[in-house]
Design a protein around this ligand. Structure first.
Ligand code: UD1
Ligand code: CA
Length: 456
């Protein structure tokens, strides 16, 4: 079966109160339209057309990688008019499937189920029974339950408004018939629009049977019209992801306070405390514990790692059995080997830290190569930047850097070298020796504390 999917995405989204076209607003950092596309693309033998209008250029530019054909609807004259723009590209023997760019959480199974209902003389329509159907087109059935037509809310009589079966807008039918009905649409209605929904009555006239199916859950077919609905669907989506992870065995201390904005490959017996946000592509090993309030982006985290609360990790690799934080920041191109300890208020950028090395308190390490079993004392700073260029610091295996040391790069600290606390190191230091740069300590017996001046 050949499939032609039309995704409607030309509307303005006035109620979003935003300059951004509606379908570019995001759920889990991914534009609404991309969600819909990524679901549709999973259907076999599918050609996707996306109808754009408001902000068309921006939509195309932002989502230029989608495997879809862009069709412009210069004036938004209604959903039927939108589909008409694609008419010439829908072949007779294909099944046409209509989707909405602002209905992001629709499941592939729901579409497959809908498509399975199609035969030569049927139109498959996704409907939903709603507690509050306000705003939806209503499904009008006769006494024996046969569908006759759809009436839009604005055109509905008081009796029709009582109907709780709503039109999701999503439907599928053979291309040939769809094109015929599209050419017959008029705009004689309250909104003066060409309604796609009017094809239902035309199909009935042509002797078609309207077969319905429904999604498992109403949230699947909810559209985004304003920021409240966007936030609602964000939570729905996040909870789904959290539930998937829990099914895989991940312990989430509170699935309602978990955010995944990207992908997460995760091992066994991982425990994640509240308010952890993952972005991009992350890979987490077995037995990892992540404390509360961590932001983790494009990270690879090895087995048995413990991340204490309030850490920010981006484009970094954390070796197995390492301990990070609390309050640590791993910036891009940080590579930590196994069994490293990175403590509170430590910032690391573009550096490789060897196995068993420790940087436990209040340090900045940038553009550095640090060997194994190095101990970096509290308050150590690599001075990697002269205001114009960046330079590298190398600290060889087994070195011990005393607290409050400044290492002025480029500089190399030798193997097993010790640096005395409070030193400013500007030249390479030899292996195995103590190096320090400090004024001699003096005491001044004649010195007296200042006294407070008397007020005049
Ligand atoms: C539509 C349905 C209604 C259904 C509801 C479900 C029609 C006439 N009505 O109403 O039965 O219950 O969806 O949410 O179809 N669009 C275009 N070009 C246009 C007009 C709309 O691309 O000229 C796109 C919009 O961007 C949006 C979608 O079509 O993605 C739906 O349009 P919208 O105006 O929101 O239709 P509703 O009034 O919600
Ligand atoms: Ca809508």
């Amino acid at each position: 079966m050949n499939l032609t999917t039309v995704i409607l995405a030309a509307g303005k989204g006035t109620r979003m109160r935003s300059q951004l076209p509606k379908v570019l607003h995001k759920i889990a950092h991914k534009p609404l339209l991309r969600h819909v596309h990524d679901t549709a693309i999973q259907l076999e033998n599918n050609t996707i057309h996306i109808v754009i209008g408001h902000g068309a250029e921006l939509v195309k530019k932002t989502l230029s990688d989608l495997s879809a054909n862009w069709v412009e609807q210069t004036q938004q004259l209604g959903t039927g008019h939108a589909v008409q723009q694609v008419s010439s590209q829908i072949s007779d023997d294909t099944i046409a499937l209509i989707l909405y760019g602002d209905v992001p959480l629709l499941k592939i199974e729901t579409l497959q189920n809908l498509l399975s209902k199609i035969s030569e003389k049927t139109l498959a329509l996704l409907t939903v029974t709603l507690k509050n159907p306000t705003g939806y087109g209503r499904i009008v059935r006769n006494n024996s339950g046969k569908i006759l037509r759809i009436v839009e809310e604005k055109d509905a009589s008081e009796t029709e408004k009582q109907i709780v079966e709503g039109n999701t807008g999503i439907l599928a039918v053979q291309g040939k018939s769809l094109k015929k009905w599209l050419s017959q649409l008029g705009n004689d209605n309250v909104q003066g629009e060409y309604y796609l929904t009017d094809i239902i009555a035309l199909a009935v006239t042509d002797g078609f049977e309207i077969i319905t199916s429904s999604p498992d859950n109403e949230d699947e077919v909810l559209g985004v019209n304003d920021k409240l609905q966007l936030a609602h669907l964000e939570r729905v989506y996040q909870l789904q992801q959290a539930q998937n992870l829990m099914r895989q065995g991940v312990t989430l201390h509170d699935p309602n306070r978990f955010d995944l904005r990207g992908n997460l490959e995760i091992g066994q017996d991982v425990e994640i405390d509240v308010n952890v946000i993952f972005e991009g592509a992350n890979n987490i090993g077995d037995n990892v514990k992540i404390g509360a309030n961590c932001s983790i982006k494009n990270a690879t985290i090895g087995d048995n790692v413990v991340i204490f609360p309030n850490c920010v990790i981006e484009n970094a690799t954390v070796g197995a059995s390492s301990r990070i934080g609390p309050f640590a920041r791993l910036r891009p191109e940080t590579i930590l080997a196994t069994d490293t300890h990175i403590g509170n208020f430590v910032e690391i950028k573009k550096s490789v830290i060897g196995p068993g090395s420790k940087i436990n308190h209040l340090s900045y390490i940038g553009d550095s190569l640090i060997g194994k079993k190095v101990n970096i004392g509290a308050g150590t700073i690599t001075c990697n930047y002269d205001g114009v260029n960046k330079f590298q610091t190398i600290i060889e295996d087994g070195a011990f850097i005393g607290s409050d040391t400044q290492l002025v790069a480029p500089v190399t600290v030798g193997k097993n070298a010790t640096i005395g606390a409070g030193s400013t190191i500007t030249r390479d230091t030899p292996d195995e020796q103590l190096t320090l740069s400090r004024n001699k300590q003096i005491s001044v017996p004649t010195w007296q504390r200042p006294v407070k001046k008397e007020k005049l």
